[in-house]
Design a binder for this molecule. Structure first.
Ligand code: GDP
Length: 335
């Protein structure tokens, strides 16, 4: 057999193994997708193309919140509940060992420990170093691979750093923000931008003597959402209280997720949303490749640094420097 035929056969075998639910094959495929090596990238794209007809089949849920809000406790318990109902649950999680992720410092090993030992669950931490609040350039691909492996629920966890929430909301169907009652001003810890992204706000830790405060926080979120007057999409963001620790309110949460998902599906908005997401994904990949190809050239890399220094020193405007880079890259303005 020729090399091409051999590698085609290898891809087909991997694809079959993934579809058959082989967890090792799935984990390897994710590693391949995450690899920066050009030959791995090529193999990964071939694999993803082969699996494409079997993707798009899950409910994709983003779960965000500040460290300590109870995301991993919630995902662990919610995942267990869903597995008990016959779902296959994939979790793309923040790696707490990654210093940049801001994940929980406590319990590196016990995070989602119960769910991790479930045969119907698959937990994949984002690689340290390459992650923005648990989201990486390859999270989308990983979602697709998990779907091809038969996971019908994909939970994508993120902590609130920079653009990570926006990035995650651009790859999921339903976005859940896990909040907690704070001291004093309840809304302090949550940015307006995050409220605008949320389909559901789950005020966690509504247990023990914290119930009253959680209820009050929920009221404040409702008021804030009302002021924002979202819901143009035919959905009023929902606020509910729950206790991940005591497994209370989680069924109601999942019901809301299901309602939101079903609503999007029936109206055709889900297909449109996913189509838009795929196109912006293409743009992102292209931007990254373009930039990488350009910066990869030695001459360009040297100029890049020089121009950065000039901009930093105030000797050149950002616009002029970008234009200069454009000229180096052979871009013309008038095309
Ligand atoms: P994460 O950083 O958002 O993933 O938060 P964790 O799930 O690690 O939870 C942070 C802390 O809050 C841990 O000590 C949990 O035991 C605790 N916690 C999480 N959920 C609840 C809850 O529903 N009630 C109470 N009382 N504590 C909780």
């Amino acid at each position: 057999m020729s090399d091409a035929a051999t590698s085609k056969r290898a891809v087909e075998q991997t694809a079959e193994a993934i579809r058959a639910g082989d967890r090792v094959a799935l984990a390897r495929a994710i590693t391949l997708v995450e690899s920066a090596k050009p030959e791995d990238q090529e193999a990964a794209q071939t694999l993803l193309e082969t699996l494409l007809p079997h993707t798009g089949t899950s409910i994709r849920v983003g779960i965000s919140g500040v460290p300590g809000a109870g995301k991993s406790t919630l995902i662990d318990q919610l995942g267990l509940n869903l597995v008990a109902q016959g779902h296959k649950v994939a979790v793309l999680a923040v790696d707490p060992t990654s210093s940049r992720s801001g994940g929980s410092i406590l319990g590196d090993k016990t995070r989602m420990g119960r769910l991790a030992s479930e045969p119907s669950a698959f937990i994949r931490p984002s690689p340290a170093g390459d992650s923005l609040g648990g989201v990486t350039k390859t999270t989308r691909e990983t979602i697709a691979l998990a779907e091809a492996a038969g996971y019908d629920v994909v939970l994508v966890e993120t902590v609130g750093v920079g653009q990570s929430e926006t990035a995650v909301s651009n790859m999921v169907d339903v976005f859940v923000v896990v909040a907690i009652a704070g001291a004093g001003d309840e809304l302090q810890g949550i940015k307006r931008g995050l409220l605008e992204l949320a389909d559901i706000i789950a005020v966690n830790k509504a247990d023990g003597d914290n119930v009253e405060r959680a209820n009050r926080a929920a009221m404040e979120y409702k008021t804030a959402l009302h002021i924002l007057a979202s819901g143009q999409s035919g959905w009023d963001p929902q606020v509910l209280t729950l206790s991940a620790r005591d497994n209370r309110g989680l069924d109601a949460l999942w019901q809301k997720v299901g309602e939101r998902h079903a609503g999007l599906k029936t109206s055709g908005a889900l297909a449109a949303r996913r189509a838009d997401q795929a196109v912006s994904w293409m743009r992102e990949i292209f931007d990254q490749r373009l930039l990488a190809a350009f910066k990869g050239g030695r001459r360009a890399a040297r100029h890049w640094r020089e121009l950065e220094d000039k901009v930093r020193a105030g000797a050149m405007t950002a616009g002029a420097a970008a234009e200069e880079l454009g000229r180096l890259a052979g871009l013309k303005n008038s095309d």
